[in-house]
Design a protein. Structure first.
Length: 186
């Protein structure tokens, strides 16, 4: 009987400890109205692209951060972005790089890498600087144009996915920014 009582006490005490720990957690939605992250995302400006791939990622980021309203006329934050792409075959043992001996397309991959920096324009403080990488799989055929088009399509897919990752990281960095203080006047 005493073992049963001590088991109950242990369960009760562990339940209280668990509830106390959970009460201390502060979980809130990233895009909640109270955090102001949506407004901050809409106030992000993006640097000018240098390559076609930079342009694809930038256009997707502008759409994602502004909700389709276009880039901010008076940005508070600036994102500088640089991307590069590499493509390769998955199976390196083939003699011909574009098609297998049986005429079947060879599987390949396109890797898109993006390096970005988020800066507060008012004081030039860097909020986050990071590198992200996305891989998109393709089938490389023996036809020249089809292979080029497959690589281009894979770059576009990977660029859109890269923009999603970068937008999420921008939102997290901006959510950590302190709320601007509102001054009330009579």
């Amino acid at each position: 009987m005493s073992f049963d009582r001590s088991l109950r006490r242990f369960g009760f005490v562990s339940g209280l400890v668990t509830l106390t720990l959970l009460a201390g957690c502060q979980v809130r939605p990233l895009y909640s109205e109270a955090s102001g992250t949506g407004e901050r995302l809409a106030s992000v400006g993006f640097g000018q692209p240098r390559t076609r791939l930079d342009q694809v990622v930038r256009n997707q980021l502008v759409f994602l951060t502004s909700g389709g309203a276009g880039e901010s006329a008076h940005p508070v934050y600036e994102v500088k972005l640089s991307t590069r792409s590499t493509s390769s075959n998955i199976s390196e043992d083939e003699d011909n790089d574009s098609v297998s001996p049986t005429g079947v397309p060879v599987p390949g991959r396109v890797r898109v890498e993006g390096i970005y920096t988020i800066t507060r324009i008012s004081d030039g403080k860097i909020l986050k600087s990071s590198k992200r990488e996305v891989v998109s799989l393709i089938d490389v055929s023996g036809q020249g144009y089809a292979s080029l088009r497959a690589v281009r399509d894979a770059e576009n897919r990977a660029a859109r996915e890269l923009a999603e990752f970068i937008r999420a990281e921008i939102a997290i960095a901006l959510a950590r920014e302190p709320q601007p203080q509102t001054v009330w006047q009579k």
